[in-house]
Design a protein around this ligand. Structure first.
Ligand code: HEC
Ligand code: HEC
Length: 388
């Protein structure tokens, strides 16, 4: 716990620096591959980290945008990335769990891709997936569950669809001029990662309030903000900084950490278990104390991304505030019955907060102030095939 607290103090410092306090004593430059790429970010917001072997370019982002919305990228041409990551839902979707191109259900809820370039780990709980490039291979080629279904047997057929298309041939060439044959899965992943790094949202009423518009939040939202950032609700410990997640960093961050927390969503049989196959960090470490530990997702645009949690098992923001008021979720019947408030592995921050009705309303009102309507209508990141 003290390790977690210590790191969280450091991250708060980093987060303060992000919003503009230019303290060169805390922030040391890390390698940046932004090059001359022009980020569409407000002043004071640093770009996300970019791996040295995949520098940003306008051409790559544009190719990535086409690929993201193109059903040709699934084996049976029924799905694209945007089938499960809808712009109007802040690039999440409305299903409890992802449903792939062959109808197979995943165990987990599709994440929102709001500011996704800033995460230090990808998926709900997998420390091995530290970059977008590593993650994005999964929905394309993964076979358990099948998402886009580009398994080795059909890879050549899928690539030929792009190779036989004049527009795509030109776009791949422009995006990867150095490559002899850029129409490969490796370059498709790189272009998609570059596009994903442009899915940035910093114009919610909350942002406008931070930039000095005192009227951007109403009185209830301001009370909610104070609660969220205070020691009664303690939300900010995990939903920290400008991204509302402690597992984030930017190109200037001196410290890049991954965190996973248990919030007492389940306690099946009283031994801390979560539903089988979906036990968070435990699935990779097999350590009992890692049962139920997941990444704290950003809360930006949270109003648009229901249902919630790694398995989509909460339908409303009100249910989530009730969980925190009680210090966990109690499930009284069915196969997942158990008292989450007694989960032996839940974080020390998850204790009964006993919110008043007013406090509950204020917290929900604050969460709704994180909705950026410009982001979900921004034509630069919208479906290019709808323009034609
Ligand atoms: C069948 C639905 C589906 C499709 C198609 C799909 N995704 Fe996802 N996506 C998900 C689910 C479910 C998760 C959560 C995965 C997990 O934690 O196991 C996810 C997670 C992600 C994440 C991680 C975000 C985070 O916060 O960790 C990224 C990035 C992402 N998807 C990008 C893409 C891209 C790019 C494509 C197209 C190549 C794509 N997805 C196609 C369902 C889908
Ligand atoms: C101990 C760290 C921690 C604290 C404290 C915390 N959260 Fe979270 N929060 C998480 C994690 C981890 C998840 C994902 C859990 C899961 O899916 O099992 C989450 C999920 C959420 C979600 C749903 C996100 C989504 O995309 O589905 C909301 C909303 C939320 N938290 C709001 C809050 C609020 C409001 C507070 C304060 C009252 C708070 N959290 C306190 C770690 C925390």
């Amino acid at each position: 716990m003290s390790k977690q607290l210590h790191a969280s103090v450091l991250l708060t410092l980093a987060a303060v620096a992000i919003i503009g306090c230019d303290s060169s004593t805390v922030i040391t430059e890390t390698e940046s591959s932004s090059g001359s790429f022009e980020w569409d970010l407000p002043e004071g917001i640093y770009p996300p980290r970019v791996p040295a072997d995949n520098p940003m370019s306008k051409e790559k982002v544009e190719l990535g945008r086409y690929l993201f919305y193109d059903k040709k990228l699934s084996a049976n041409q029924t799905q694209s990335c945007s089938s499960c990551h809808l712009q109007e839902a802040a690039f999440a979707d409305h299903n409890m769990v992802g449903v792939g191109s062959t109808g197979v259900h995943a165990l987990r809820n599709p994440n929102s891709l709001t500011n996704t370039g800033y995460y230090t780990s990808y998926s709900w709980a997998n420390p091995a997936l530290g970059t977008l490039e590593r993650f994005i291979v999964m929905p394309i080629t993964g076979d358990d569950p099948i998402e886009l279904g580009v398994v080795p047997e059909v890879e050549d057929e899928v690539l030929a669809r792009f190779d036989n298309n004049e527009t795509y041939r030109k776009m791949f060439k422009a995006a990867f001029p150095e490559a002899e044959n850029p129409i490969t899965l490796e370059y498709i992943v790189k272009a998609l990662a570059s596009f994903n790094r442009t899915l940035n949202s910093f114009n919610s009423p909350y942002d406008q309030y931070l930039r000095g518009d005192a009227d951007a939040l109403d009185a209830s939202q301001k009370r909610g903000l104070a609660l969220f950032m205070g020691e009664k609700a303690e939300c900010f410990h995990c939903h920290e900084g400008i991204h509302f997640s402690d597992s984030t960093a930017n190109e200037k961050s001196f410290n890049v950490n991954q965190f996973f927390h248990n919030i007492g969503l389940y306690n099946i049989g009283g031994d801390g278990s979560y539903p089988e196959g979906n036990q968070g960090l435990y699935e990779t470490t097999m350590l009992e104390q890692d049962k139920g530990r997941f990444k704290a997702p950003s809360l930006r645009n949270i109003e648009l991304t229901a249902p919630y949690m790694h398995d989509g098992s909460m339908a409303t923001l009100e249910e989530i505030i009730a969980l925190h008021s009680n210090g966990g979720r109690v499930i009284t019947e069915g196969p997942y019955a158990g008292d989450g408030t007694q989960n032996p592995y839940s974080s020390d921050f998850i204790v009964p907060k006993n919110f008043t009705e007013q406090e509950k309303e204020d917290l929900v009102a604050f969460l709704r102030s994180l909705t950026d309507t410009e982001f979900i209508t921004n034509p630069k990141i919208s479906d290019p095939f709808k323009e034609q």
